[in-house]
Write a protein that binds this ligand. Sequence first.
Ligand SMILES: Nc1ncnc2c1ncn2[C@@H]1O[C@H](COP(=O)(O)OP(=O)(O)OP(=O)(O)O)[C@@H](O)[C@H]1O
Ligand SMILES: [Mg+2]
Length: 84
Amino acid sequence: MTTAAAVYDPQLPGGAAAVAASARQVTKAYGSGETRVTALDAVDVDIQRGRFTAIMGPSGSGKSTLMHCLAGLDTVTEGRIWIG
Ligand SMILES: Nc1ncnc2c1ncn2[C@@H]1O[C@H](COP(=O)(O)OP(=O)(O)OP(=O)(O)O)[C@@H](O)[C@H]1O
Ligand SMILES: [Mg+2]
C-alpha cells in the first residue's frame, strides 16, 4: 500500500488544520494465537484535509481496516489515531 509522506505533525500548532486524520505506528490484529491476523502493521499515514485520497491494494491488504480505524469506528491494537 502506498502512503503519503508524513509532512505534518498533528500534535504541533497548525498541524491539525491541514490534516483530517493521522495514523502513527498503527497495528491492528484480529484474533489471537494461531488465528491471529495482522491486518495493519505499524502504519504511518496522514490524510490531508480538502484533498481526495485513494487507498489502493489487493483484497485483504487492510484498506477497510485502515479506514475503520482512521474514522474511529474500530479500535487499534497498537499505535495512535488523530482525527481533526
Ligand atoms: N472482523 C474480522 N475478523 C477477523 N479478520 C478480519 C476481520 N476483518 C478483516 N479481517 C482480516 O484482515 C485482513 C484485512 O482485511 P480488510 O477487510 O481490511 O482488507 P481490504 O483491503 O479492505 O479487502 P477487500 O479489498 O476485499 O475489501 C484480511 O486478512 C481479513 O481477512
Ligand atoms: Mg475492504
